[in-house]
Ligand binder design. Structure first.
Ligand SMILES: Nc1nc2c(ncn2[C@@H]2O[C@H](COP(=O)(O)OP(=O)(O)OP(=O)(O)O)[C@@H](O)[C@H]2O)c(=O)[nH]1
Ligand SMILES: [Mg+2]
Length: 615
């Protein structure tokens, strides 16, 4: 067996992890020179490629032969785990860390450490993992690598790193060009210094290949042909194909199973293996029923590992059947049965989400960690041909010592000084507390807030408007605290269509002064559909299909048509941020419409009255 090193690449979102993996793959000779390989090749899901972010952690492995050091001339297998940087997937990263013996912490040379940097580093340090720090993107115009390195040291100290951990190697890199150096200002070379740091700093995995089998399962992914694939680390013993094992569940359940197929990573591929010794990262089929963070043990001499705790959801969202008048226009699956089956399947395959049925057959609750996670499920379902509607995300509250508590987030905001005032004021009204303010130089400040998760729902769009698109906002779950009281989520009302038909240019001209429209001429609308945002904080019902008599139009209207403002076409994430409790988003394969929950105006009024009485 070759020497093994197991390393996870961790960082805040967009700091360049997947790009670095590309370069490591190329330089380890995984691809032939003329091979046509997509950029950010590890981001292999459609949605990952479109959004340009990593959604799921993924494994790869490369071979490297160091020139010098204790292992000079010896080939080392390096298992690399690329992790997502977005906070919604923090739980997955936390589990992933249990597979490895060290981390490569990437920090953007301009942005410096951000909330997810802090989160992953704190978890890695607590597990005693060996860190390597890579200050990436030193080619950026606004790079400030020395300062950023100091901020990284501050972060290690702040997180109580021990003396040994703080002596991490530092490498400055331009991941995109596959170049790095160990001395700022020194000559840039290929990535050998990074490979060498991995081999020298990260310890070989411990564990006894001859001991009774223990495999820690950190992830389970569906596979159409093989069934669920368990991904994890052989902690002790040796896992063999066809081996009879015992699945050790979280609550003490024990279930016999047999490994039908066993794989290890080699480059981008998973290759079949006869056996995998302690220290290897494996993918195994046949372990139906194993859950995240649970373990697989020897059938004859079971020694289960302690199950990993998994994140409690902090957010829920209602998924319900589509009952708009346009139902079935372009979707294949529209019934409550279709919706139920699809969601239940998701709940089984995607263990980061939990699905609950409700007292109504038409309505389900999906529990998870964040809006992006929900948006990804919605997007996948619409592509598969489903029609349904979703409600506003709700935070999950709980009682602690008889008092109502709600999830809080730690938000970090990077803005030009001129926008500081408006940000502080707005977050104040959303019950945010500023806990830190730091001048980053260059006219930018970094503000840190502790804020109820509720206060951030719907804030991003407003934030981008307030900062003219230049602000940076990131946040991360920060525990439960006492309920902060009412928070206004949106200060505007809705413009609601009062009948079905096609939108006319005439109504657009008339309505666009009242607020921002979401529809343009020829778009079809229905009674109860939200066609725009009313600048005033009240709903306004309109006839969006009104025609002006042709004679009058010639007199006054014709030149007006040139003044038609384009409609605002929201992205799914924007729509999720926008809607209020009494609104839904109708999702179909080709359309997304915002609507009132109650399409009938009388029912709507009744519901509004009932809500007022409750409050
Ligand atoms: N200027 C510059 N840009 C880089 C460098 N490395 C990566 N980028 C860019 O940074 C962006 C994000 O890169 P990714 O590799 O997707 O970042 P990531 O950390 O994997 O992102 P998530 O997985 O979504 O957290 C891309 O547009 C890259 O081209 C670099 O060294 N210099
Ligand atoms: Mg990535």
């Amino acid at each position: 067996m070759p020497q093994i090193r197991n390393v996870a690449i961790v960082a805040h979102v967009d700091h360049g992890k997947t790009t670095l993996v590309d370069s490591l793959l190329w330089q380890s000779g995984t691809f032939r020179d003329n091979q046509d390989i997509a950029e950010r090749v590890m981001d292999s899901m459609d949605l990952e490629r479109e959004k340009g972010i990593t959604i799921m952690a993924k494994n790869t492995a490369v071979r490297y032969t160091p020139d010098a050091g204790a292992l000079a001339g010896e080939e080392v297998k390096i298992n690399i785990v690329d992790t997502p940087g977005h906070a919604d997937f923090g739980g997955e990263v936390e589990r992933t860390l249990r597979m490895v013996d060290g981390i490569m912490l990437l920090v953007d040379a301009a942005e410096g450490p951000l909330p997810q940097t802090r989160f992953v580093l704190s978890k890695a340090l607590a597990l005693g993992l060996e860190p390597i720090v890579v200050i990436n993107k030193i080619d950026r115009q606004d790079a400030r690598p020395e300062e950023v390195l100091n901020e990284v040291y501050d972060l290690f100290i702040d997180l109580d790193a021990d003396e040994h951990q703080i002596e991490f190697p530092v490498i400055y890199a331009v991941a995109r060009d596959g170049q790095c150096t160990t001395e700022l200002g020194g000559e840039m070379t290929d990535l050998r210094p990074i490979f060498d740091a991995i081999v020298d700093t990260i310890p070989a995995p411990k564990g006894d290949p001859d001991a009774p089998l223990q495999v820690l399962v950190t992830d389970v992914k569906p596979d159409n042909f093989l069934g669920p694939i368990a991904i994890g680390r052989v902690v002790n013993g040796t896992l063999k194909v066809k081996q009879r094992v015992l699945l050790c569940g979280r609550e003490g359940a024990r279930k016999p199973a047999q490994v039908t197929q066993l794989f290890v990573s080699e480059g981008l591929a998973r290759v079949e293996a006869e056996s995998a010794p302690a220290g290897e990262i494996i993918l195994a089929a046949g372990l139906q029923g194993i859950g995240l963070g649970e373990s697989v043990a020897d059938a004859d001499d079971p020694k289960p590992l302690a199950a990993l705790s998994i994140d409690e959801p902090t957010l829920s969202m209602e998924f319900r059947i589509n009952d708009s008048p346009f139902v079935g226009r372009d979707g294949k699956y529209v019934t409550s049965r279709n919706l139920r089956d699809r969601l239940m399947k998701e709940g089984e395959a995607n263990l980061a989400l939990r699905i609950e049925e409700t007292d109504s057959a038409e309505k389900f609750l999906v529990f998870g960690r964040g809006e992006l996670q929900m948006a990804i499920l919605i997007e996948q379902m619409r592509r598969e041909g489903y029609e349904f509607a979703v409600g506003m995300p709700q935070v999950i509250t709980k009682e602690v010592n008889g008092k109502l508590h709600e999830p809080y987030e730690r938000a970090t905001i990077d803005v030009a000084e001129e926008f500081m005032g408006v940000v502080i004021e707005t977050l104040g009204t959303r019950k945010g507390m500023m806990v830190e303010m730091k001048n980053n130089g260059g006219g930018r400040v970094r503000l840190t807030f502790e804020i109820p998760a509720r206060g951030l729902i719907g804030y991003r769009t407003e934030f981008l408007t307030d900062t003219k698109g230049t602000g940076l906002l990131t946040h991360i779950f920060d525990g439960y605290r006492p309920w902060a009281g009412p928070i206004t989520h949106r200060a505007t009302g809705a413009i609601v269509a009062d009948r079905q038909g096609k939108v006319t240019p005439y109504t657009v001209v008339n309505l666009q002064e009242r607020g921002q429209l979401f529809v343009g001429p020829q778009d079809e609308v229905y009674n109860g559909m939200v066609v725009g945002e009313n600048a005033r904080d009240e709903d306004m019902e309109v006839n969006a299909t009104k025609e002006k008599k042709l004679t009058n139009m010639r007199a006054s209207g014709s030149d007006n048509f040139e003044k038609l403002n384009p409609p605002k076409r929201m992205s799914l994430e924007e729509a999720i941020e926008f809607i209020r409790e009494d609104e839904l988003i109708e999702i179909t394969p080709n359309a997304m419409r915002i609507r009132k929950r109650h399409l009938d105006p009388h029912e709507r009024k009744r519901a509004a009255m009932a809500r007022k009485q409750e409050a």
